[in-house]
Design a protein around this ligand. Structure first.
Ligand SMILES: NC(=O)c1ccc[n+]([C@@H]2O[C@H](COP(=O)([O-])OP(=O)(O)OC[C@H]3O[C@@H](n4cnc5c(N)ncnc54)[C@H](OP(=O)(O)O)[C@@H]3O)[C@@H](O)[C@H]2O)c1
Length: 325
């Protein structure tokens, strides 16, 4: 197949291109080249979607994969490339309901679309912009597949959220963890998601799918990561009120405990993805993702990190030992 990846120089879109090359497809990546290089075996066409010149991308494409977040970028690409199977990589941030567990594309309401290009400085603006992109693809592409991933993890992750855990657990000692091992979590290895996207293009699958791994207990994820990376980590769970009183934040960013979510966002990590598995998605064990992520972090010491600093974590642990008695 002739596959055009709009992107291809970092993380998911690069993994899609790499997987498609490995399967013997004819792969072109269109991007500026500022985020990295395209994988070996793929052709790179320089494209700046702020001022796109499509002249190097003429011809017929069997499949297009787009990861854009900006409605005008998607609209412009569709003006030139709509006559193909299109996979638009969206996000579960398109949903207006993040509280209800077990949601699917059929059961969860969407945010209203924002069709103009806006600064995506909130999760809602990001989600609404993606809704507009999705709707344009569905209206105009010859065959449209909308893939809505949850948290994407693994080697090359620019966000550092999952990466915090293999790196921290491998260091060992007492490791502070948020709230309860019984909270749900859900994530997908970037390589598994990429492989499924290529499979879907091969099968010309259409429709709308959430894409994530199986729901698991946060405690099981931490235990599996710890077992995979080795070391002598002892996990210490501290309750939410203790953490919040000390200004520890959810999910990501400075002074956060990554992957921790408030109770009213528990739907984000408990999507029912059985339809995606039925459509060919398969996922590797989280321990394998952890080992590969840790190896990548060690090879890339400047990769973005997030979460508590070690000093912050030690202060919190010292405080918790006193509080719990
Ligand atoms: N990370 C998560 O946990 C998560 C969760 C749910 C959904 N998602 C979705 O998953 C996808 C991730 O895609 P990704 O890993 O490829 O990262 P991305 O940050 O969404 O896209 C990066 C790609 O876009 C290209 N790009 C950026 N600016 C450009 C411009 N002006 N002109 C042309 N190309 C440009 C970059 O290439 P150059 O910079 O080289 O031009 C790069 O190849 C996104 O759709 C995201 O919304 C992510």
């Amino acid at each position: 197949m002739r596959i055009l990846v709009l992107g291809g120089t970092m993380f998911l879109s690069r993994a899609v291109a790499a997987d498609a090359v490995a399967r013997g497809h004819d792969v072109t990546c269109a991007a500026r080249g500022e985020s990295g290089s395209v994988p070996d075996g793929a052709r790179h066409v320089v494209l700046d979607r702020e001022a796109p010149d499509w002249s190097g991308l003429e011809g017929e494409w069997d499949a297009v994969v787009d990861v854009a977040r900006t409605p005008s970028w998607v609209a412009n690409a569709l003006d030139h490339l709509a006559d193909a199977h299109w996979t638009f990589v969206s996000t579960i941030s398109v949903y207006a309901d993040h509280a209800t567990p077990g949601g699917t594309p059929e059961t969860l309401p969407l945010l209203p679309p924002i069709t103009e290009d806006v600064e995506q400085d909130t999760a809602e603006k990001y989600g609404s912009s993606k809704v507009a992109c999705e709707q344009d693809v569905q209206a105009r592409a010859r065959e449209a597949l909308i893939v809505r991933p949850g948290l994407i993890i693994g080697p090359g992750d620019p966000s550092g959220r999952f990466s915090y855990w293999p790196e921290r657990l491998a260091e060992g000692g007492d490791v502070l963890a948020p709230e309860s091992p019984d909270r749900d979590t859900q994530a997908i290895d970037v390589r598994d998601l990429a492989a499924w996207i290529v499979t879907c293009a091969e099968k010309r699958l259409t429709g709308v799918y959430d894409a994530s791994g199986a729901v698991q207990r946060l405690g099981d994820l931490v235990d599996q990561v710890a077992a995979a990376v080795g070391g002598d980590a002892q996990v210490v769970w501290a309750p939410a009120d203790f953490l919040l009183e000390r200004e520890v934040t959810y999910w990501a960013g400075p002074r956060s405990l990554p992957l921790w979510l408030p109770e009213d966002a528990r739907g984000m990590t408990s999507h029912d993805v059985s339809a995606s598995f039925a459509a060919g998605l398969s996922t590797r064990p989280i321990g394998e993702t952890a080992v590969d992520t840790l190896a990548w972090l060690r090879e890339n010491p400047d990769a973005h990190r997030t979460g508590l600093s070690r000093a912050e974590e030690q202060d919190l642990l010292d405080d918790w030992y006193v509080v719990r008695g």
